[in-house]
Design a protein around this ligand. Structure first.
Ligand SMILES: [Fe+2]
Ligand SMILES: [Fe+2]
Length: 233
C-alpha cells in the first residue's frame, strides 16, 4: 500500500499543494455543494407540502434545513479555497445534474423511499471522506455524517409507517421500483480517473466499484428488513 498522503491542514496549506491535489479537492467540494443543493431544492423542500401530518412536516422541515445546511457547509469550504461561487450553484453550473435530480418528486411515498435509499448512498460517500488528507474536508464530512444518518433513519421510520397497510406497502414498492434503478449510477464509473486521483492523494480511499458494492449490500439489507423487494439495478 502507498504511504499515507501528508495532512493538509488549512486553505493556506492547500494553496501550496500541487495543482492536481488542489483540483481534486475542488472537484469533491463542488460536487457536494451542488448535489446537496439540488437534493434540497427538488426533493426535501418540495416534500414538506406532501408530508401527511404535522409530525412528518416538522421532521421533513428538519431534513430540508439540514440538506440546505450541507450545501452551505460545502459552499463555504469552497469559497475559502477560492472556488468561484457560480461553480457551486446548480443554476449556473456547467455540469448537468445527476439523473436522479431531473425527475420531479411526485408523492410522499417517493420522498420516504428517497431518504431510505439515496441518503444511504450519501452516507457511504461521506464516510469515505472521514480520513481525508485535506482536514477541512474531513471536518465537513464528520459534521455531515450524523445528519445523513438521521435522514436514512427518517426514511426507514417513514417507510415502516407506510407499509403498515397493503395499499401503503404497494405504493412504497412502486416508489422503490421507480427510484432505485437510477441509484447505482450515483457512484460513478468503475474506471473513473477522478477516483484514482482522489485515492492517490488520500482524499478518498475506496474505488467507485467498492463503494457501489458496499451500497448494494447495505441497501438490500434495509429493504429486505422492511419486507420490500429491491428491483434490478
Ligand atoms: Fe445531505
Ligand atoms: Fe441527507
Amino acid at each position: 500500500m502507498a504511504a499515507a498522503h501528508p495532512e493538509v491542514k488549512t486553505p493556506a496549506a492547500l494553496a501550496a499543494q500541487p495543482p492536481d491535489y488542489r483540483t481534486a479537492v475542488e472537484k469533491i467540494v463542488i460536487s457536494h455543494a451542488i448535489n446537496e443543493l439540488y437534493g434540497a431544492q427538488v426533493f426535501d423542500e418540495v416534500a414538506v407540502a406532501f408530508a401527511p401530518t404535522p409530525y412528518w412536516k416538522w421532521l421533513t422541515c428538519r431534513v430540508a434545513m439540514e440538506e440546505y445546511g450541507h450545501h452551505v457547509r460545502f459552499f463555504r469550504l469552497g469559497r475559502e479555497i477560492g472556488i468561484a461561487e457560480a461553480k457551486m450553484l446548480p443554476q449556473s453550473a456547467a455540469k448537468r445534474p445527476l439523473s436522479i435530480f431531473e425527475r420531479p418528486l411526485r408523492s410522499w411515498e417517493e420522498f420516504c423511499i428517497i431518504k431510505l435509499v439515496a441518503d444511504l448512498a450519501e452516507i457511504i460517500q461521506v464516510e469515505d471522506l472521514l480520513k481525508c488528507s485535506y482536514l477541512p474536508l474531513r471536518a465537513a464530512a464528520k459534521a455531515t455524517l450524523p445528519e445523513e444518518k438521521f435522514h436514512a433513519a427518517f426514511g426507514e421510520q417513514s417507510v415502516k409507517e407506510l407499509i403498515a397497510t397493503p395499499e401503503g406497502k404497494a405504493k412504497a414498492q412502486a416508489a422503490l421500483d421507480a427510484i432505485f434503478p437510477s441509484m447505482p449510477a450515483f457512484f460513478g464509473a468503475a474506471d473513473s480517473k477522478n477516483n484514482e486521483l482522489y485515492r492517490r492523494f488520500g482524499i478518498k480511499f475506496r474505488t467507485n466499484r467498492e463503494m457501489r458494492d458496499d451500497y448494494l449490500a447495505r441497501v438490500k439489507k434495509v429493504v429486505v428488513k422492511l419486507d420490500l423487494t429491491l428491483p434490478a439495478a
